[in-house]
Design a protein around this ligand. Structure first.
Ligand code: PLP
Length: 412
């Protein structure tokens, strides 16, 4: 009976989504976790493995922000304070974000609260569809490429990258800012500053060049500013909207994950300006409102209460304290690498350090660092072809772990 049913099922089974089949490898971080587990199983030792690999936060929520979350949860338990679906987000929070991050430049209906930047990046792909040309910084945060593959925009794997994607190499030679003449007309450009993984932060002049390119070539920039709160140099822009003309060619995605420790709480936002239009003059903001209302039912009201606490004066100070802490870790790692004679960028205005191993393959260096120091890192190749000879060190870790890891590097 079962066999008979099974045969019928096999004949009629739905075909696999070819876009998913097109995804080249498993997502980078599960692969690193797999290699770590395999190493631990085959190399038993009393020396524990320390991770400087993933960008996951480790520090507890700070008290004022945490109290905001608790109060938000308690309010839901009262008749007066109860709230249900909030669609694009609490009006008060959207207004506060516009005030704190954009000098009130945007109206509340241009700020969309999300459950995180990564989720919005994934959903944003749907706006542009299968035929869109895509350009990404190389190396880049994997979801830009993988999301483009899932939406069908990336085309097939061609040995070193996807044929539908223009990779914009960011190398030591070009100061980790790409040659924008490589961007084709009418492309979607993914751009991240402070950058994950390189830790490089684009200057005002560089972002002006990016906006100028997007305007002249009819492109739209998806600007990922998830690490803006790590910027300490006041001359460096924290948002693409500090650049004239960006409202006509950019969407910004943002996150409370790293600055407020909300990686598990989940909250972010996207700014989709009303001035941003498609070729036919239709409003991107209008489509995003429609699309979000269709596939997303809003972020947690509790998380939004926490975000409001994070953006008042006490919350902003806590964000500064938390980001200072991680930047302190970054400084320790950078110094340890310098002591080893390894050259690196990042870590000053960002929580990532991009270490250079000329002529080496990053997965080999990853394996060597794991074996020699029992430290997990992230191989640069996982972020794109230009990351082949780099290793990313993450400053997200407990201080004692970072100090111990740095001692091990020094002792070598
Ligand atoms: N953007 C970049 C560049 C990131 O590195 C990350 C997380 O590591 C995210 C977005 C994800 O943000 P969220 O936690 O808000 O989804």
């Amino acid at each position: 009976m079962y066999t008979q049913f099974h045969c019928v099922r096999e004949n009629k089974v739905i075909v696999r989504n070819p876009n998913i089949a097109n995804l080249k490898a498993g997502y980078l971080f599960p692969e690193i976790a797999r290699r770590r587990r395999e190493f631990a199983a085959t190399h038993p030792s009393s020396v524990r493995i320390i991770s400087l690999g993933v960008g996951n936060t480790t520090e507890p929520l700070l008290p004022h922000i945490c109290a905001g979350l608790v109060e938000g949860a308690q309010r839901l338990g009262t008749v007066e304070g109860y709230s249900g679906y909030q669609d694009e987000g609490l009006l008060e929070l959207r207004e506060k974000i516009s005030e704190v991050f954009y000098g009130k430049k945007f109206s509340a209906d241009e700020v969309f609260i999300s459950d995180g930047a990564k989720c919005d990046i994934g959903r944003l792909q749907t706006l542009f569809g299968t035929g869109t040309k895509v350009a990404v910084q190389d190396p880049s945060y994997p979801v830009y490429v993988d999301g483009s593959v899932l939406s069908g925009a990336a085309g097939a794997w061609a040995g070193d990258g996807y044929c539908g994607i223009v990779y914009l190499p960011c190398t030591a030679e070009n100061g980790y800012f790409p040659d924008l003449s490589l961007v084709s007309e009418n492309s979607l450009i993914y751009f991240c500053s402070p950058n994950n993984p390189t830790g490089a932060v684009s200057t005002r002049e560089q972002l002006s060049e990016l906006v100028k390119t997007a305007l002249s070539k009819g492109c739209i920039i998806i600007f990922d500013a998830a690490y803006s709160e790590f910027i300490r140099d006041p001359s460096l822009p924290k948002s693409i909207f500090e650049i004239d003309g960006a409202e006509q060619c950019a969407i910004e995605v943002q996150s409370f994950s790293k600055p407020a420790g909300f990686t598990g709480v989940r909250l972010g936002w996207s700014v989709v300006p009303k001035a941003l239009k498609y070729a036919d003059g239709e409003s991107v903001n209008g489509d995003w409102t429609r699309l979000s209302g269709t596939v997303f039912n809003g972020a947690s009201n509790i998380a939004q209460a926490g975000a409001l606490a994070a953006l008042d004066s006490e919350g902003v100070q806590e964000i500064r304290r938390l980001t200072d802490f991680y930047l302190g870790n970054a400084c320790l790692i950078k110094n340890a690498l310098q002591g080893l004679g390894v050259s690196s960028v990042g870590g000053d205005n960002s929580p990532y350090i991009w270490a250079r191993f000329p002529g080496r393959d990053s997965w080999d260096v990853f394996a060597e660092i794991l074996e020699k120091y029992r430290i997990v890192t992230t191989p640069g190749a996982g972020f794109g072809p230009s990351g082949r000879s780099f290793i990313r060190f993450s400053a997200f870790g407990r201080r004692a772990d970072v100090e111990e890891a740095c001692e091990r590097l020094k002792d070598s």
